[in-house]
Design a protein around this ligand. Structure first.
Ligand code: PEP
Ligand code: MN
Length: 263
């Protein structure tokens, strides 16, 4: 398989000035959903000061309930890109449907394939035909092997700019939203060529656990983190319970830098 270390050098994914898969740990942060221009701009200003590398914000939202906020769609992507440009930060956002890909490429630097779409093979094939970096989240019930096959679907079409993202899996445990599978990080670092980052927000579902699991992820070998943050976490329009403040994020970034020195 193309994902195997036997097939070639480890892959480093370049996004703007950053390289995911190198020694420097890449921090991606921002709200679960793009809410409006003002809030997004305020959040981004603080994130930039905190040392965040890339900006996240959902515009096409795969919500469990059809009655929940579904995202601002292209209007949201325009806001995200505008703010990203103002603060010179690449932007990451999810696309759920192949029909939106062409238009989305005008605004997105890294296309996120969400957990629910990891098995959407037509979407995987289409992003495989592009050059744009892809953040491939693990399906919430996917084995490591199934997740790697999903990456293979993208790579075999020609796009090797794939970043894996462990975001927790469903287990019998219900205290946490998902069970963050740290084993997966070690497995990928040992045997596979793709860079891997961790999402401790969806991986726990609780903001008070995000710092602990961020440290664990970096210690296990993750190349970076994607963390949901907001200037007013309690007021975040989606995933508020797992969204952290900018102050908490600053503390995490300081600790990640310390770990970076010893790893
Ligand atoms: C998200 O990043 O907001 C998201 C919906 O993530 P996941 O696909 O991992 O649930
Ligand atoms: Mn979310």
């Amino acid at each position: 398989l193309l994902v195997d270390k036997k097939s070639g050098e480890d892959i480093k994914v370049k996004v703007g000035d950053f390289s995911i898969g190198d020694n420097e740990k890449i921090i991606i942060s921002g709200p679960c959903s793009v809410e409006n221009y003002e809030t997004m701009a305020q959040i981004t200003k603080e994130l930039k000061n905190a040392g965040v590398h890339m900006l996240r914000g959902g515009a096409f939202k795969p919500r469990t309930s059809p009655y929940d906020f579904q995202g601002l769609e292209f209007q949201g992507l325009k806001i995200l890109k505008q703010v990203g440009n103002e603060f010179s930060m690449p932007v990451v956002s999810e696309i759920m449907d192949t029909k939106d890909l062409d238009e989305a490429l005008k605004y997105i630097d890294v296309i996120q394939i969400g957990s629910r779409n990891m098995y959407n093979y037509s979407l995987l094939k289409e992003v495989g035909k592009l050059k744009v970096p892809v953040l491939l989240k693990r399906g919430m019930s996917a084995t490591i092997a199934e997740w790697l096959y999903a990456a293979e679907y993208i790579m075999v079409e020609g796009n090797t700019n794939v970043i894996l993202c462990e975001r927790g899996i469903r287990t019998f445990e219900t205290y946490t939203r998902n069970t963050l599978d740290l084993n997966a990080i070690a497995v990928i670092r040992k045997k596979y060529r793709l860079p891997v980052i961790v999402d401790p927000s969806h991986g726990t579902g609780h903001r008070e656990l995000v710092e602990h699991m961020s440290m664990a992820a970096i210690a296990a070998g993750a190349h970076g983190l994607i963390i949901e943050s907001h200037i007013e976490p309690e007021k975040a329009i989606s995933d508020s319970k797992q969204t952290i403040s900018i102050e908490s994020l600053e503390r995490i970034i300081k600790k990640v830098k310390k770990l970076e020195e010893i790893l």
